[in-house]
Design a protein around this ligand. Structure first.
Ligand SMILES: Nc1ncnc2c1ncn2[C@@H]1O[C@H](COP(=O)(O)OP(=O)(O)O)[C@@H](O)[C@H]1O
Ligand SMILES: [Mg+2]
Length: 274
């Protein structure tokens, strides 16, 4: 792959599996030999904690430190590379602190406020094949920044009625940003997470979801089942691949990554099968 793909994993709701997906999808890509960076862009800092930083707020050189000079009156610029950590399992990530919430409020006055994350990521983009952004659960300035830093979006969704209804709201938001800023932001697909396979009529769910979205966007064929091991892996600051590699949730994430790579034509790396 020659170009870096920057993917926002998003939804304006919490609890739909954004953080879990960024972590597991990223880990699976890394294991295939891709260079991967994960970005915590949610003020709850769940991804930072999941990647092994017990007290995110005690950290220096975080994404917030890189963003601050773009927003406050200071020329104390920090190189993005100085903020990157590698977790014990080999995943590179940009940690965040709760200050992200304050920066979002202050951002309103900043010059080219929509492009701050994009500028920060462009500094290091060439070093990675994939950058996955764990988005905030609301449609504010941070979300606009995440979308405009991205080439693609994966919409994480919970398979129930309210969550499906929310899909068209976020799709409209993405359309608006894309049109106003003259940027193509491709919605790569909707990913259902925490699916109770026995209780869910998968065909009906898909039909309902398509009716709600009212436009032609792809839904991933591989869905992530609801499994305690996924939540337990989080508690152990591990991906599902490390915590329970033989679980069907790990298999589902691996298949999902293959499905994604097949779609994007990125399944081959350096001329070899990944
Ligand atoms: N497939 C799954 N099966 C069981 N629990 C899950 C699954 N995916 C996520 N969870 C749990 O659900 C909660 C919400 O997931 P999370 O990824 O944090 O959502 P979001 O980032 O959208 O708020 C977390 O506690 C997580 O451990
Ligand atoms: Mg989250």
């Amino acid at each position: 792959m020659s170009e870096t793909k920057i993917i926002s994993v998003t939804n304006d709701k919490g609890g739909v599996g954004k953080t879990t997906t960024v972590h597991n999808f990223g880990y699976a890509l890394m294991k295939k030999g891709y260079r991967v960076l994960l970005v915590d862009f949610n003020a709850q800092c769940d991804l930072t904690a999941e990647l092994g930083i017990a007290e995110p707020d005690a950290e220096n050189n975080t994404l917030c430190d890189a963003m601050r000079p773009y927003i406050m009156d200071t020329d104390d610029f920090l190189e993005t590379a100085e903020c990157i950590r590698t977790n014990p399992n080999g995943l590179d990530f940009l940690p965040a602190t709760q200050e992200l919430a304050d920066l979002e409020t202050l951002m309103i006055q900043a010059y080219q406020r929509e492009m701050i994350l994009s500028s920060i990521l462009q500094e290091i983009a060439g070093q990675y094949d994939f950058i996955l952004i764990d988005c905030p659960g609301s449609l504010g300035q941070l979300m606009v920044n995440a979308l405009l830093a991205s080439n693609e979006v994966i919409l994480a969704a919970f398979p129930e009625k309210n969550s499906l209804a929310g899909l068209s709201k976020i799709m409209n938001f993405i359309d608006q940003i894309s049109r106003r800023m003259h940027r193509e932001i491709r919605v790569r697909g909707v990913l259902f997470n925490r699916v109770d396979v026995r209780e869910t009529d998968l065909n009906k769910l898909l039909t309902d979801a398509k009716a709600h979205v009212k436009r032609d966007i792809p839904f991933f064929n591989n869905w992530i089942p609801k499994r305690v091991s996924v939540a337990r892996a989080v508690e152990h600051a591990a991906s599902i691949f490390e915590y329970e590699p033989s679980s069907d949730a790990a298999i589902a994430y691996a298949k999902l990554v293959n499905e994604y790579l097949k779609w994007t034509g990125g399944e081959k790396r350096n001329g070899k099968s990944a």
